[in-house]
Design a protein around this ligand. Structure first.
Ligand SMILES: Cc1ncc(COP(=O)(O)O)c(C=O)c1O
Length: 503
């Protein structure tokens, strides 16, 4: 049972129905059809039903923003402004000094934007520091735009690596004195859930005149993150970016909350409609208004409002309460996983000394991650993710001892094909709706696999990419969900449940 207050319109609904898709059933390879166990929230969370309902209601008034004249435009502009306000409020950012803007479909867009803008803003500061545990979205944009990117190492040893090493960060800031433009660091890893001490990073950075960008996309759904933990400017984060689809609002944009001073001295990176005061054939004048100047073009109004509603609900529940409940579930998951012989957990599992959120990556002895994920899905209806989770340098680092033991050199380029099946992990991640039953299903699947590895291996065939395919059980996407058939049903006005697969 979910430990959280209920967000739904009918008091008789069980709490888990506050999210769309928890009752979705799929047929399994053993011939049964069961409810899915969704343990892939680190990739995308399921939709919060009441946030979706807000946008359904807004659709009755739908119009473009950037006008106050007719009723609907006024309503759309107001709702869109409200969504910006929710983003600022969620991380307790002062609206007079920070702006919140939306871009793209996840935090990748604002991260690219910030890399471009901040690099152009201070070209004389040619170094960017990022941590070794970054998602590619908070690594590649900086590599592309900054002259030099240095990866800050982590504490501990693989496979028990910890958070960013603040001692080495201090050394790097000294070594590159006067040259570090900004530090870009995740608040929590999407591979291990390990939390970085971002306010400590900010304090060190500011002492050297560097800014701090925090990728909070993996963090914000799980725990409170104020822009400053002490209320002092020294420990204040300069920019916080996140993805709405990881905050129970699929279809919503990426978001950035940025100190205005970083943006107001330069022309916005993107230009177009809605962000200018005047345009003539010889020139144009960009508005000084935030966030308008950062949002050229028609915004994703519905997505932004859906995200605003989700953020509002999370605040009503209380992020502290969410965090406490998740930590309890996480502790139990880690302890029960660690008690199964043959399970290897990545990242320092000592949660008291190395805090982490509800994301756990692991491997099973002698079994390829692709095979594990396929069997968990096909025979247990447990949805986990496997591979390197768009964090190749970090996963490679975590796996080094194992790859060396297999006599692979993980740093050799030509070893890639050989190590492919072994270069990766299985990731289970928690959300507000995760139940003990979901975790039980995962553990049962793992025990089953470890008890009969040869049985399962014989049922599957690996492709060259390391994906495992069942030899006889096929469940193609179009047989499970056909958009055109859904459209036919919608056109026929038939009322069918949208989250139950009918065999
Ligand atoms: C820590 C982290 N940063 C960045 C991203 C990229 O987010 P998006 O794909 O929503 O732009 C992800 C997505 O998994 C992530 O987990």
């Amino acid at each position: 049972m979910s430990p959280y207050p209920v967000c739904h319109s009918h008091q008789t609904d069980p709490p888990r129905l506050a999210f769309i898709g928890l009752d979705t059933c799929y047929p399994r390879a053993d011939g049964r059809a069961t409810r899915r166990h969704y343990l892939d929230s680190a990739a995308s969370t399921l939709a919060l039903r009441c946030a979706r309902q807000v946008t359904d209601e807004l659709l009755r008034h739908y119009a473009n923003t950037h006008s106050e004249l007719h009723f609907s435009a006024r309503i759309a502009s107001h709702a869109h402004d409200w969504a910006h306000g929710q983003a600022l409020k969620f991380i307790r950012a002062d609206p007079d000094r920070y702006t919140g803007f939306f871009a793209g479909s996840g935090c990748t867009a604002p991260l690219n934007r910030l890399a471009r803008v901040l690099t152009a803003r201070r070209p004389e500061r040619d170094v960017v520091l990022i941590s070794l545990l970054e998602h590619h979205a908070n690594d590649l944009p900086h590599r592309k735009h900054a002259k030099t990117v240095v990866h800050i190492p982590l504490t501990g040893r693989a496979p028990g690596l910890g958070a960013i090493n603040l001692g080495v960060l201090q050394q790097l800031l000294d070594q590159y004195r006067g040259r570090v433009n900004y530090i870009a660091v995740s608040a929590a890893s999407n591979v291990t859930g390990i939390i970085n001490p971002v306010h400590d990073v900010a304090e060190l950075a500011h002492a050297h005149g560097a800014w701090v960008i925090v990728d909070a996309s993996q963090f914000l759904a799980h725990a409170p993150l104020p822009v400053s933990d002490t209320g002092t400017v020294e420990r204040e984060l300069d920019a916080v970016v996140f993805s709405g689809h990881k905050l129970y609002a699929p279809g919503s944009p990426g978001a950035a909350v940025v100190r205005r001073a970083l943006l107001d001295a330069c022309e916005p990176d993107e230009v177009g409609g809605g962000m200018v005061e005047d345009v003539s054939l010889s020139g144009y004048q960009v508005t000084a208004r935030f966030p308008d100047r950062e949002e050229a073009g028609t915004p994703n109004i519905l997505g932004a409002v859906q995200l605003g509603a989700a953020l509002n609900v999370l605040q009503r529940i209380g992020m502290e309460q969410i965090h406490t409940a998740e930590q309890q579930q996480l502790r139990s998951l880690l302890a029960r996983l660690a008690a199964i012989p043959g399970v290897r957990i990545y990242g320092n599992p000592d949660i008291e000394r190395t805090p982490r959120l509800g994301v756990v990556s692991f491997n099973l002895a002698g079994l390829e991650h692709g095979l594990v994920a396929a069997v968990l899905n096909d025979y247990h209806n447990v949805a986990v993710r496997n591979g390197c989770f768009c964090a190749h340098p970090y996963v490679r680092e975590l796996l080094k001892p194992e790859l060396w033991a297999l006599e692979f050199d993980p740093d050799a380029g030509d070893a890639e094909a050989l190590i492919q099946p072994w270069r990766g992990m299985v990731r289970a991640s928690l959300g507000l709706y995760t139940t003990d039953e979901d975790i039980e299903a995962l553990l049962a699947g793992i025990r089953d696999l470890l008890a009969r590895p040869d049985h399962y291996r014989a049922l599957y065939q690996a492709d060259t990419e390391g994906n495992f395919h069942h030899r006889t059980f096929l469940a193609p996407a179009e047989a499970l969900f056909d958009p055109e058939a859904a459209l036919d049903r919608a056109l026929a006005g038939s009322r069918t449940s949208d989250d139950v697969f009918v065999l």
